[in-house]
Design a protein around this ligand. Sequence first.
Ligand code: ADP
Ligand code: MG
Length: 360
Amino acid sequence: MKKTISILLLLASICSVLSAFSACGNKQNDEKEEYTTRSQTVSYAHFNTVTILSSYGAATAEEFAAYVKTVDEMLGHYHKLFDIYYEYAGVNNIKTINKNAGKEPVAVEEELIVFLEYCKELYAVTKGQTNILFGSVLKLWHDARETADETAGYLDKSLLPTEDALAEAAKHTSIDLLVIDKEAKTVYISDPAASIDVGAIAKGYAASKVAEKLKADGADAMALNAGGNIVTIGLKPGNEQWITGIKNPNGTEANSLICRVKLGETSLVTSGNYERYFLSDGKIYHHIIDPETRMPAEHFASVSVFTPNGGLADALSTALFCMSYEEGLALIEEIDGVEALWVCHDGTIKMTKGVSLVND
Ligand code: ADP
Ligand code: MG
């Protein structure tokens, strides 16, 4: 619930910023072209979050409705494929693969093979900080959060995952336990105590794939916001950059944004300590777990990553959240076309050279 409210606030702020764009532009030959701002909530269900599509260009109401339908169908499909909690009729998904860990390979559709292979690549790119085979450890934290949810988000200290339980679970998190057979189109987890959790990558990856499809279908000057994972398609009318807000991790309604940034055609993904958490003994236990300590990562309040590939942006936002600023900076300097913005616990902002802040 907490997450839904914070996302709605974020979306409200983003929409108010994005909706400031002009609704009318000029063609080069001076013939006037009408631009209409259209925005629609596509779904509250996909990836258990709110998805909004906004158009600032020349799309007609009919064209926009068709784009909304595409977003709805594609995100619904990815949600089913990447779900770790539920299975669906007629599709073998990640839950099916987890259920068969240590038992047998599972036949899956090509799209899931491609995604899981990419997740393996991202493990290497993020130096092991974003590890989809981290499921056994993440489950302990997830279960603690569910228990806390039953008592208004507070958990008695005695119910926190113990160091021993975390260390035991961590023995079953090697990325090599994931066996992908491209020829046979099967996926197998070779340890019954291991499991996949794609929460760190799935949303950004899916949002980016959807945006690619919209663009191929002719979309322009649109922004897709899947639970705070933003993808822009084209630029805003007049070839101007987009402007969006970064949430203030310690903000209230009055100062909900810590800063505003200009974006080209790209993805923007933020990982924050305010998204999903519980409290125990006065301390916040959030949902991004440092693979080294197996505890919620404590370096920052949030990290935002900007890069056109949404899967990479999502994986990096989680990874940078688990690293010191120096390590994170060194990592993204190795990768082309990636910018990042870190919000420290005291509200200080650090960012790479290519981030363009809006100075009010
Ligand atoms: P959000 O899902 O809120 O957008 P993230 O992209 O940072 O935030 O993903 C967090 C989710 O990723 C967690 O809920 C959990 O499922 C998973 N996760 C947490 N820590 C890690 C990690 N170190 N490696 C891989 N997955 C993680
Ligand atoms: Mg992420």
